[in-house]
Design a protein around this ligand. Structure first.
Ligand code: PFF
Length: 448
């Protein structure tokens, strides 16, 4: 039974929704690209360690805040302490996260719009619509405005249906579709010439680059972005989890799926790069670095698909459909963060709140499109390098320092009565209090 404010109807539903938020362009594009430009397998190893040792504990902090608060991110954080200064601080963190989620959506929608147009392009080639193919494959204001709006409207359509009939229902449909396409593509790419060279680069680490500080910064940033931390998203998803559920294992499943899909996407993209190279596409500079980090998805892979003839049209279609689906399950979570706040704070109807906030975000996206060279990179670094780690760290500080330990334990015990006797409870509170904030702060300072 769902409560009035909405609740995930099942464990599976929550896992698909939260994993849907986590698994996105960051996994399928960001992670493999970062791996390729940061020394291959060494980056993979550092990423895995940071994801489980820092990002998972931080994810647990956000989920537990939401489940305890049973409200939007600001109200949930404000319930943790009764001191007025803490409440103001809670507003800053919760509202900051909501703004961060909205801003991420505004650039994410532009990239997702490119994915949409790239999905349709092979179809227009197949049915013989050269004018349309040209329009879709050439960057123009009109094309970007159209597909960005289309993507935001789809996101709005899902979010306006609420938690169970919108977020949960669509995540349960889209995530299995995403997995199926991913596996089909991997099987295809791994059977092509050059793939084994890519597998080696991906899986055998060069230990000398392991402690490179730049690699650490990139890996932590990637882990935070990938788990959607510091954006209030996991707080709000946590607030839709029933008190009967075991949060510790739910959070672990979400982290595991997220990391696994990033890893598996690497099995697709890195070998695909070497396959493309074997077919004469320029990928690496003389020093082994990636020639075109930003254009991997839009130049290297399409060049590979083009070289495959008719099959390439199907493979290209499948690949960009995969990207579009991954983007959509993430974008719905970004929109839910501000919508849930507006619904609860201003007593708006969900459908009204969704359209108003969707329209505002579209305006920001359009502003970015019109000032692409100045704003696109700026909004990305502002949110992902600055906002997410900072707000994620502040959530850890809330849970570790400002929340009463007894109440925290009780919240985690709900759905997991023996928690006090487990290794999780022996380690996690220390992690949240000391290890996570200090590690995040160090990495953050370095990145500045
Ligand atoms: N986790 C998503 C990805 O890896 O693409 C991106 C994301 C989703 C970031 C939701 C922030 C967020 F609130």
């Amino acid at each position: 039974m769902s409560s009035v404010r909405g609740e995930f109807s099942s464990r599976f539903g929550f896992i698909m929704a939260a994993a849907g938020s986590a698994v996105g362009l960051g996994n399928i594009w960001g992670f493999p690209t970062q791996t390729a430009s940061n020394g291959g397998a060494a980056f993979v190893l550092v990423y895995l360690i940071l994801a489980f040792c820092l990002a998972y504990p931080a994810l647990m902090a956000e989920l537990v805040i939401g489940r305890y608060g049973q409200a939007n991110a600001v109200s949930s954080l404000q319930k943790l302490s009764s001191k007025p200064t803490h409440k103001r601080f809670a507003f800053f963190v919760g509202f900051g996260g909501i703004v961060c989620a909205g801003l991420i959506l505004s650039f994410y929608a532009i990239v997702a719009g490119w994915m949409f147009s790239a999905t349709i392009e092979p179809v227009t080639k197949l049915v013989g619509m050269p004018g349309m193919t040209h329009w879709l494959s050439t960057q123009s204001l009109g094309r970007d405005l159209f597909f960005t709006s289309l993507f935001i409207i789809l996101t709005i359509a899902i979010i306006s249906k609420g938690v169970e009939n919108g977020i949960e229902k669509w995540s349960k449909r889209l995530m299995p579709a995403l997995l199926s396409i991913l596996f089909l593509l991997i099987v295809y790419v791994l059977t092509q010439d050059g793939a084994s060279k890519g597998l080696k680069a991906y899986l055998i680490p060069d230990f000398s680059s392991l402690l490179n500080p730049d690699l650490l910064v990139s890996a932590l940033g990637q882990a935070f972005f990938s788990l959607s931390l510091g954006t209030s998203v996991m707080i709000i998803y946590g607030s839709y989890i029933s008190k009967k559920e075991n949060l510790v294992s739910l959070g672990a499943y979400v982290t595991l799926i997220d990391v696994l899909i990033a890893f598996v996407a690497g099995l697709l993209i890195i070998p695909a790069m070497y396959v493309a190279q074997a077919q004469g596409v320029d990928i690496f500079a003389a020093d082994g670095s990636l020639l075109s980090e930003d254009t991997l998805v839009f130049q290297v892979l399409p060049a590979l698909f083009n070289g495959m003839g008719e099959v390439g049209l199907f493979v290209g279609f499948a690949f960009f459909a995969l990207m579009s689906i991954a983007a959509l399950t993430s974008s719905i979570s970004m929109l839910e963060a501000p919508v849930s706040y507006a619904v609860e704070k201003f007593a708006l109807k969900r459908i009204q709140a969704t359209w108003i906030i969707g329209a505002l975000i579209t305006l920001v996206s359009f502003t970015i499109i019109f000032n692409f060279n100045t704003l696109f990179g700026l909004v990305i670094s502002l949110t992902t390098q600055f906002g997410q780690p900072l707000l994620g760290m502040l959530c850890c500080i809330f849970v570790g320092w400002l929340w009463n330990r007894g109440t925290l334990l009780k919240e985690i015990e709900s759905g997991r009565p023996d928690i006090a006797a487990t290794w999780f409870w022996k380690i996690w509170p220390w992690y949240i209090k000391f290890v996570c904030p200090i590690a995040i702060a160090l990495v953050f300072i370095h990145s500045l």
